[in-house]
Design a protein around this ligand. Structure first.
Ligand SMILES: C[S@@+](CC[C@H](N)C(=O)[O-])C[C@H]1O[C@@H](n2cnc3c(N)ncnc32)[C@H](O)[C@@H]1O
Length: 252
């Protein structure tokens, strides 16, 4: 089977300088539309409609990008109320959060929207490029500019190492590593997660990641897991159940 991650291409487009530097950063060949059409397995990145998008070469009609769209009513009420299991797990007294497994950035954005000070870490260079583009566009949004808000800062690399050399101590470190599915053929809910899994695989070093987070945090580590998965840090101090997921809280 082809390792899809190794089959990453950049589609040359109108923004040729952006495409060239992206291709260099990712060591991914820069190829033209007719060449892309011959590729049946793998992924390609392309600029489309003002955003960086990831396409599965097998289904090139619909691409994925990192989107941080707060609804109008939410924008007016920034910060959003700290409600729900994620907020309960992070805690009301927490001010700073490091999301060490940023992925598509959706949890990071949810945490940011509730008024926490957030930064995030992602080790997949491909996903990090999509995130960087999404965070850049977030900062251009009207409500962000009006409220003079800065988007969460992204650090690219392995959190196991990065957390050891942070120049500050976050109150909370948030982990949402990839878990193997319950059953071999279990349907993963969202296309974005299927693609993410194809690109990053299972995060089999989650035990090591937890150990590093535990050393680096000031107050707590929060781990999001599927409801069927074992806790990665042993018995948690508290657990909050969400829809098909669980937030385990480890207090220092
Ligand atoms: C399940 S996804 C996270 C989804 C994310 N919470 C969201 O809302 O979109 C897991 C992500 O964590 C990243 N990851 C896992 N272990 C990591 C590590 N040690 N350092 C940095 N990133 C890591 C993976 O590359 C993957 O993108």
């Amino acid at each position: 089977m082809v390792n899809k991650y190794e089959n990453i291409f950049v589609l040359s487009g109108e923004d040729s300088l952006l495409c060239q530097s992206l291709s260099k950063r990712l060591h991914a060949p820069l190829i033209s539309r007719p060449e892309i059409e011959k590729i049946k397995e793998g992924f390609f990145l392309a600029w489309q409609d003002g955003r960086l998008m990831l396409f599965d070469a097998g289904f090139p009609k619909k691409g994925l990008s990192v989107e941080f769209d707060a609804r109008c009513t939410e924008q007016l009420s920034w910060p959003a109320p700290k409600n729900g299991p994620l907020a309960q797990a992070i805690g009301r007294k927490t001010q700073t959060v490091t999301d060490a497994t940023a992925g598509w950035g959706q949890d990071c954005f949810h945490i940011f929207r509730m008024g926490y000070q957030v930064n995030c870490i992602e080790r997949s260079k491909v996903i990090a490029e999509l995130l960087r583009d999404g965070l850049f566009r977030l900062e251009q949004q009207f409500w962000m500019q009006q409220l003079k808000l800065k988007a969460p800062k992204l650090i690219v690399g392995n959190a196991i190492e990065i957390l050891k050399s942070l120049d500050f101590t976050p109150d909370c470190i948030y982990l949402d590593p990839m878990f193997p599915p319950k059953r071999k053929k279990s349907a993963l809910a969202k296309k974005a997660m299927v693609v993410l899994k194809d690109i990053v695989g299972n995060d089999d070093d989650r035990g090591e990641l937890f150990a590093s987070a535990w050393q680096a945090t000031g107050r707590r580590v929060v781990v999001k897991s599927p409801d069927y998965a074992e806790s990665i840090g042993g018995k948690p101090n508290e657990s909050f159940a969400g829809k098909l997921v669980r937030y385990d809280v480890y207090l220092k």
